[in-house]
Ligand binder design. Sequence first.
Ligand SMILES: [Zn+2]
Length: 460
Amino acid sequence: MKTLIQNGTVVTSQKKFDADLLVEDGKIAAIGTNLPKEGCETFDAAGCLLFPGFIDAHTHLDMDTGTALTADDFYSGTRAAIAGGTTMLLDFATQDKGKTLSGALKIWHGKADGKSSCDYGFHMAIVDWNPAVSAEIDEMVKEGVTSFKLYLAYDNLRVSDGELYEILKRVGQVHGIIGVHCENGDLVNRMVAENRAAGNLTPNYHPLSRPDFVEAEAVARYCYIAQAAGVPINIVHLSTKAGLEEVRRARARGQKVYIESCPQYFTLDDSLYSLPGFESAKYVCSPPLRKKADQAALWGALEAGEIDTISTDHCSFNWKGQKELGKEDFSKIPNGLPGIEHRPVLMYTHGVMTGKMTVEQMAKLLSENTARLFGLYPQKGVLAVGSDADIVVWDPLFQSSIHAETQYQNVDYTPYEGQKTVGRTKAVFLRGTQVVCDGRVVCENSGIYVSRAQSEYYGR
Ligand SMILES: [Zn+2]
């Protein structure tokens, strides 16, 4: 089947230009003007921007924390993703203590296969490092898992500095890339304990137990350990000015350090923790929402090209029944925010519409860089001949607002409730098939697992 998407404006990381896209057998077959339309279905994209399908490299779907199971599984989460323009996501398969990586991968395939409305792949979170697990790294690469995740916080997940060093070296051998959750876990534990002992149990003590230096210290340590190991690294969900400054130092030393941040750190701030009642629990995530000054620093860094990728850290828990587990003690509130559906519209509204970000940067940060870093480029991440026809037809003028009532995310709130937005998905094509029409999902469960190549370690 052939489809001709006509009259749109193609956006790449470098430029935008008016052109038609010819889609054939799931791939982009031609880009140009006056392309022949014989035998084609046509789609009129007049007035619309054509973005490469957005990629979200940080989601937690169908994840059990031990006390709560995320509200979104792969069925609801990927439907929400595609409605918003995300055509590919990378979720975190997570090893259980004492178990294998291949076992974890199998479990995550079981969660996702046949139930996903956008394409997907997995990072592997390593929580139990030993020689047998080290031997499994090659197998992971063969299975298309070329990126790994490590935690420096959360007692059930985190690795030691020595393990971090060894894993960086080992994954470097296969040209993989590691993303680390940077918070000093020991410090967080002590500060949480101090607050609990003092009877400080309301949600506003969550951010006070994880101040900016907790992130900055872990970022600095990670960067130095990576320098020792001699490998490029990725930092997930960077949230603070102090953390950013540590990355600048490492880059000034000549290190390749990639930065991911998330819409919540650009658009929400820690004043939300002073909302009355238990309302503020909706915003409990780690790292927590930060100060206005941190937000300004992140926007400045984005404008300067210092931030590489924007993903969501989507990790949804219902306010009723799940966040409420911490009603008497903030440390028991499941950590995480929903956002998989709204990343493109939030970054468009707060970035492009305010002049802080160009549409080219949007294509780069939400799609191309992510594809390059995680071994998906040029199959994904770009509108080019031969690439997958993952195409977002973006109506740049559509005005709307975000509400839990009308969202696809299967969770009882949204941190962006009532926010006015500009732009939306007029259509989304997934490997050539139209799956979204006017923001509504019209074809579900057609996502497939994408086996990834090794990281490109682009630029920098
Ligand atoms: Zn996360």
